[in-house]
Design a protein around this ligand. Structure first.
Ligand code: NAP
Length: 245
């Protein structure tokens, strides 16, 4: 199995892409620490546990520095190590430039950017270069190409791209690989909540003619976390069905 013996922390694992990554990692033999704010993360952990997968769930807000630190110390206390960090938790707020409030901007930056930075800081201190450590960040096509109607979200995801590239360079000498996935339009609660005309326009722009599934993204996360990608760092991999081709 590709992730046998690896200890992985996946944020935002109560549903959507994070839950698919958790299932895919479990199938590849990883020991999991999952987090999210809602009880869905405990339900998923229970489901995986029932299938004899080593998994724990912690409920909390990744934007809270105390909780972010507790996630890392908990992985270390329980398992003595942390090999993979998947910074997946994220929020989307739709709104034209003039309609986006300062509170919405702060909330987006806190969850989508600051949490990624805090968790990367804490994780990189405990990761051991002998255990092929890997950090996978969820960016977005909105952050690499821009997207109207979600400018604050796009800014937060562009920050994730810049942070991924910079941390990859700084952490490469320590043997820690850092990459990002930039999904296009994936069928989760996040996009089900957007305005219907905006949804339809995104759908029409996908060359492969279908919306992506969380599993389409999870496969790339497994690859990046595993030794198959042992010489891959500082990359932003689009998973978008040719949306921007
Ligand atoms: P989703 O269905 O809305 O799920 C988001 C996950 O993040 C949930 O598990 C949610 O759990 C968790 N979360 C949100 N805020 C959190 C917080 N403050 N603390 C802890 N957990 C939090 O979204 P998704 O589509 O799976 O998106 C996953 C990632 O992919 C995000 O970073 C998103 O920006 C990115 N992405 C998605 C798409 C897409 O088309 N779906 C495209 C590009 C990028 P709780 O609510 O239980 O906390």
């Amino acid at each position: 199995m590709l992730l046998e013996g690896r200890v992985a922390l996946i944020t935002g694992a109560s549903r959507g892409i994070g839950a698919a990554i958790a299932r895919a990692f479990a199938a590849e033999g990883a020991t999991l620490l999952l987090c999210a704010r809602s009880e869905g993360v405990e339900t998923l952990a229970g489901e995986l546990e029932a299938a004899n997968r080593p998994v724990r769930a912690m409920r909390g807000d990744v934007g809270d520095p105390t909780f972010a630190r507790e996630l890392i110390t908990s992985a270390r206390r329980q398992h003595g190590r942390l090999d993979v960090l998947v910074n997946n938790a994220g929020i989307l707020r739709q709104g034209l430039i003039g309609m986006t409030t300062t509170d919405q901007m702060r909330e987006l930056l806190n969850v989508n950017v600051l949490a990624v930075m805090m968790l990367t800081q804490y994780a990189s201190r405990v990761m051991d270069s002998r255990c092929s450590p890997s950090i996978v960040n969820l960016a977005s096509i909105a952050g690499t190409q821009g997207m109207e109607g979600v400018s604050a979200y796009a800014a937060s995801k562009a920050a994730v791209v810049g942070y991924t590239l910079a941390t990859a360079k700084e952490l490469a000498p320590k043997g820690i690989r850092v990459n990002a996935i930039a999904p296009g339009f994936i069928d989760t609660d996040m996009v089900r909540g957007v305005a219907p005309d905006w949804y339809e326009r995104r759908l029409q722009s996908i060359r492969m003619g279908r919306i992506g599934t969380p599993d389409d993204v999870a496969g790339v996360a497994v690859f990046l976390a595993s030794d198959l990608a042992r010489y891959v760092t500082a990359q932003v991999i689009g998973v978008d069905g040719g949306m921007m081709a």
